[in-house]
Design a protein around this ligand. Structure first.
Ligand code: AOF
Ligand code: ZN
Length: 373
């Protein structure tokens, strides 16, 4: 996509703003991640900042503070259209006008109805605006928040680890460890960035997973990342037993059960919350689940297992990103990473675009998103 007319310094500054924005992954939810760089009238970098925490100053405020008087006549590069509303902080569009910024370049328009209109406010005050610079990259770093605001449901990442022939365990059920320690550490990063991690009852029963993240050290001047909500789909309330590792209190845990399930042992448990959902197609109603998570301001979900649950999300076309860790090994038999996706003919394949492929230790990590038709 052709972006706006910009010079090389502006492009480099937006690229820097995107890297700054990414520092907020894991600490800004339910707010977006946003980065901002202010160039002075000569095009030199005068200030920069990023949003650290919901309720805290927006990225623009940090960057303008650092730039001080050098913002006058300068250019602000922001990864999200500056806000136009008085929320927990004053409108950034006004702050940019008051600082005397001459031009504002932003990567993605703000779809939040509370905040929209920043670009129009800037233009009305005589500030030049340009949109779309590195828009695809900005969409990617803010995918969780943008999906949530645009679609009214969390952004869903399906993660799996398999051998090169797509097996997640051997025929006898052994699966420790298919991928390397490096790949498993990378999964902890994915967890730390997610608001919730989700597993089905089969995984809960078979693996008794803990699902907490090994959290990274906080970024400079930033709050510590928080543990994601652990969510288990346990239709009949029989998979999560009182001694289950997800009930250890290390992170909050939500157990979704059918309306008629006998879940007294969970309702009485100090470290569990029970969510009652309607049944659908032999399991729980996924739309109702996503509605309930959205109502709790869960912006992003990491689907961690198993194959049938992933299949249900594929069948519902509710997978926004796939992260596959492929180990250089062959098994030739054993369970598949994905089953029952509701696809029986090649024309119905869920086509993806690979957005990243790299080595993680000895393994290969492939990231892909649904192809746009
Ligand atoms: C941020 N950080 O750097 C920018 C945001 O909850 P509030 O009052 O802080 O407002 C959040 C809204 O402001 C958010 O939904 C988005 O539309 C806009 N811009 N938000 O958290 C930022 N620039
Ligand atoms: Zn703002």
């Amino acid at each position: 996509m052709a972006g706006p007319q910009v010079n090389e310094r502006e492009r480099a500054a937006m690229s820097r703003a995107l890297r700054l924005a990414a520092r907020g992954l894991g600490t800004t939810s339910p707010n977006p991640v946003v980065g901002c760089v202010v160039l002075d009238a000569r095009g030199e970098r005068a200030g920069e900042g990023w949003h650290r925490q919901a309720g805290g100053p927006h990225a623009e405020v940090h960057a303008l503070r650092e730039a001080g008087g050098r913002a006058r006549g300068g250019t602000a590069l922001v990864t999200l259209e500056p806000c136009n509303h008085t929320g927990r902080t004053a409108p950034c569009a006004r702050a940019l006008v008051e600082a005397g910024v001459r031009r504002v370049v932003y990567a993605v328009a703000d779809p939040d109805p509370r905040a929209e209109g920043g670009a129009a406010t800037l233009r009305a005050a005589g500030v030049e605006t340009a949109a779309g610079l590195l828009g695809e990259e900005a969409e990617r770093v803010n995918a969780a928040w943008l999906t949530s605001v645009r679609r009214g449901r969390p952004h869903i990442t399906w993660k799996y680890a398999a051998t090169l022939d797509g097996r997640t365990a051997a025929a006898d059920g052994t699966s420790r460890w298919i991928t390397s320690a490096e790949a498993r550490a990378d999964v902890h990063r994915l967890r730390a960035e997610a608001d919730a991690v989700l597993v089905g009852s089969g995984t809960a029963r078979a693996d008794d997973p803990h699902l907490a993240a090994r959290l990274p050290a906080p970024a400079p001047d930033a709050p510590a990342p928080v543990q994601p909500l652990r969510v288990v789909l346990d239709t009949t309330a029989t998979a999560v037993r009182p001694g289950a590792r997800v009930l250890d209190g290390a992170a909050p845990t939500l157990v979704a059960v059918a309306g008629d399930a006998d879940a007294g042992h969970l309702e009485d448990h100090p470290h569990a919350k029970v969510l009652r959902l309607p049944r659908a197609g032999g399991g729980l109603d996924l739309t109702a689940l996503l509605d309930a998570l959205h109502a709790r301001e869960v912006r992003s979900v990491l689907l961690e297992g198993g194959a049938r649950l992933a299949g249900a999300f594929v069948a519902a076309r509710a997978v926004d990103r796939v992260v596959g860790y492929l180990a250089p090994a062959l098994l030739g038999a054993g369970p598949q990473a994905l089953t029952d996706g509701g696809i029986s003919t090649i024309a119905d394949a869920l086509r993806l675009d690979i957005t990243d492929a790299r080595r993680i230790g000895p393994d290969l990590r492939i990231t892909a998103v649904p192809a746009t038709p």
